[in-house]
Design a protein around this ligand. Structure first.
Ligand SMILES: [Mg+2]
Length: 232
């Protein structure tokens, strides 16, 4: 299959740990915070574990951290510092900016579909200039429905004046992105980050597996025939 076969289709893209390395940004903030507050290496490890890749409620994590490490700030203040600090430390994954630009130039429509709070996800998108690199941004906190629900994809398509037809979903979460994409009738690319497919069973198999988000953009641009990462 070549790029021409699916040009003019919509590519739906997850944000955290797909286009941006959210884990690295959070780790960088934690390191900075622990140094500033003279907290141990143990505290740093604890913080990263307890974050659960961003799926832990932020205020809940801040509450636990203030108790665990005897911090003087209130959980509310710490939660806000975490939120802002994460955005400050964000960078695009290497190759993502070029990949998005090339896909648009080739005629694809691009929509970010992300779960999370409206304010925080908008701040991430703006900070990295992603609003200028894609055609639509659908955030669960704004839409009122989250991946893997099909409706958030319907909403994203509507932002592009489209019905939800054929297209691709690219993301790192088997539950939210791959299961959600499949439910929406999309083909899916799992950004594995090196994880194995033993985790895939419940989500259903993605059509393709790549290591990084930029790899998925490259595969979509150059055609599926170039990939040697196809799911078995
Ligand atoms: Mg993600």
């Amino acid at each position: 299959m070549t790029a021409a076969d699916f040009r003019d289709q919509v590519i739906y893209l997850d944000l955290d740990n797909t286009l941006i390395n959210r884990g690295a940004a959070f780790g960088s903030w934690v390191e900075h915070f622990c140094l500033e507050h003279q907290l141990s290496e143990q505290a740093r490890t604890w913080w990263l574990d307890e974050d659960r890749d961003g799926y832990r409620n932020r205020l809940d994590l801040a509450q636990a951290a203030t108790e665990q490490w005897g911090l003087t700030s209130t959980p509310e203040v710490l939660a806000l510092a975490m939120q802002r600090g994460l955005v400050d430390h964000l960078v695009l994954e290497p190759g993502v900016e070029d990949g998005l630009q090339a896909l648009r130039a080739a005629g694809f429509l691009l929509a970010i579909v992300t779960n999370g709070g409206a304010q925080q996800q908008r701040a991430k998108v703006r900070k990295l200039g992603l609003d200028h690199l894609v055609d639509a941004v659908a955030i669960s906190g704004e839409v009122g429905v989250a991946k893997p629900d099909r409706e958030i994809f319907v909403h994203a398509a509507a932002l592009l004046n489209r019905d939800l037809g054929t297209g691709w979903m690219v993301g790192d979460s088997l539950v939210h992105d791959i299961k959600g994409g499949r439910r929406a009738g999309l083909r899916t690319i799992w950004v594995s980050g090196g994880r194995t497919q033993s985790e895939v069973a419940d989500a259903g198999r993605p059509d393709l597996v790549v290591n990084r988000g930029a790899d998925a953009l490259s595969v979509l641009l150059h055609g599926l025939g170039t990939s040697d990462n196809s799911a078995p």
